[in-house]
Design a protein around this ligand. Structure first.
Ligand SMILES: [Zn+2]
Length: 82
């Protein structure tokens, strides 16, 4: 990798405009219905079969350091989530 590659990568990083944090971010969802499906086993124990949770409200992104609302980065955050 040469210098121009690393510059392009840095330009795409999300950086909190309030405190400069570029490491930790919080994703917070409103109005979430948590639904988990379980199966009871022969011995009375349970195994989780699936997670059908739904987000009905808005999903917002916050800086993990100063809690500034950085939701305008949320789409980029999703694009960069692997
Ligand atoms: Zn911040």
């Amino acid at each position: 990798m040469d210098d121009s590659d690393s510059l392009a990568r840095n330009a795409a990083r999300i950086i909190c405009p309030a405190c400069g944090n570029d490491k930790e971010f919080l994703e917070i969802a409103d109005d979430v219905i948590l639904t988990s499906r379980y199966e009871q086993n022969e011995d009375g124990s349970f195994s989780q079969l699936g997670d059908d949770s739904q987000v009905l409200g808005e999903i917002r992104l916050y800086c993990g350091e100063c809690n500034a609302d950085v939701s305008f980065f949320h789409q980029r955050f999703l694009d960069m989530l692997f």
